[in-house]
Design a protein around this ligand. Structure first.
Ligand code: PMP
Length: 399
């Protein structure tokens, strides 16, 4: 008798992109052994969920919101999400257009399940948030990267988008972007919209960083005229309200698709805890000023990073227009992003993500998460800049 094995559907999820999480795990190991490491790896706020939201959560739980809830989400939360979307896009959006899901990641999975038949091609932009190719595979589709160039600010070019979209069922974009901080303008979104319309595919728009834009403004493709029937917006309160652990997100799209995605919720998550959703309603009720307060430290630290790393011989900082990270091109050091990140951790106890973890377009880069208090960030930035300068100088020396 042979023992049953995990299905190929599961074993295929990790893929062969190379995950680049070695540095992150090593940093955790060092910390567990009592060493001081400055963790600039993952997108987690150093300032946790605000006590006023926690109070709302506690109140809701004590008032009885601890039982099963309606699968599609509490009507008042669906309404609040719809209102936020309508206020930002100007496009009529009702509760019927919104499905509440346990976090943006669950939304990414569900939208690909909803958009793709098994074996369909599903395009996404490279550099990308680490889970994208695995999420696409888990939905039975085939990931097709659209490679962007650092020289073009990591913005996708219409021709490359069109080539990838040919025969694809979906295109996944992420603006404001993790890891690059790129923000797509209306012109680019119109170009992408034209491709999506001509080729008849779904546009899945990951907008979890929509409250963290420092230059320009966030534009959702849902706001592009004539596109709303083909756009599925994925949003979340993880970043905007520092609620990463509460797992509260949403999908916004055409009513028929939202209903069908509700059937998927019934057989997977069975909804999101009521007390979390009620805390979400409270949090959204605090309005844009509160979201601005949560975003403010990242803007301040982005400025700090530009001041400390803007004029270095060994690295070139990319214009970080949004989100909680900055990307640095460290190719002048002669090292790969992975080699640089290991060196930085082993020699200086600063942990950053190698660009290679986000796809081939980000090779030779590192991503620095601005997720520690300013007093800890400053010396870490100095160590990064000094290491890059030293390596670049050595690389230039004649052998
Ligand atoms: N999309 C992007 C681009 C992200 O960076 C993240 C989290 N780091 C997510 C989606 C998922 O976020 P969550 O599931 O916490 O909403």
């Amino acid at each position: 008798m042979t023992l049953p094995l995990p299905s190929k559907r599961l074993t295929a999820i990790p893929g062969d992109e190379g995950d680049g999480w070695g540095v992150y795990y090593r940093a955790l190991e060092l910390q567990a052994a009592g060493e001081r490491v400055t963790p600039l790896t993952i997108g987690e706020h150093d300032i946790r969920t605000d006590p006023v939201i926690l109070d709302a959560m506690d109140r809701a739980a004590r008032e009885g919101a601890t039982g099963y809830v309606v699968m599609t989400g509490l009507p008042e939360l669906r309404r609040a999400v719809a209102e936020r979307c309508e206020a930002r896009t100007g496009v009529k959006t009702t509760a019927e257009n919104v499905l509440i899901v346990p976090g943006g990641q669950a939304g990414l999975f569900a939208t690909h399940m909803g958009a793709c038949q098994p074996g369909d091609r599903a395009a996404y932009i490279d550099p990308y948030y680490t889970t994208y190719p695995g999420t696409i595979r888990s939905a039975g589709a085939v990931p097709v990267p659209v490679i962007t160039r650092a020289e073009n600010g990591f913005l996708p070019e219409a021709q490359a988008v069109d080539a990838a979209a040919e025969g694809a069922a979906s295109l996944l974009i992420n603006t404001p972007n993790n890891p690059t901080g790129a923000v797509y303008g209306t012109g680019l979104l119109r170009e992408i919209g034209a491709v999506v319309r001509d080729r008849g595919l779904w546009l899945i728009s990951d907008e979890v960083y929509d409250s963290q834009v420092w230059e320009g403004a966030h534009v959702s493709p849902r706001a592009i005229p004539g596109l709303e029937e083909q756009v599925l917006v994925v949003g979340s309160m993880s970043k905007s309200h520092a609620m990463t652990g509460s797992r509260l997100g949403w999908i916004i799209g055409p009513v028929e698709m939202i209903r069908a995605l509700g059937d998927l919720s019934t057989v997977t998550t069975y909804g999101v805890p009521g007390y979390i959703q009620k805390a979400g309603v409270y949090g959204l009720g605090l309005g844009p000023a509160f979201e601005g307060k949560i975003a403010a430290p990242f803007r301040r630290r982005r400025d700090l990073a530009q001041a400390r790393l803007g004029q270095r011989r060994g690295l070139r900082l990319l214009p970080a227009n949004a989100a909680m990270y900055v990307m640095a091109d460290i190719r002048a050091t002669g090292l790969s992003g992975e080699e640089f990140a290991w060196r930085l951790l082993e020699d200086h106890r600063v942990a950053v993500m190698p660009g290679e973890s986000f796809g081939q377009a980000a090779a030779g880069h590192i991503r620095i998460a601005l997720t520690v208090e300013d007093a800890a960030l400053e010396p870490a930035l100095a160590l990064i800049g000094d290491l890059a300068d030293r390596l670049a100088d050595a690389a230039r020396m004649p052998a």
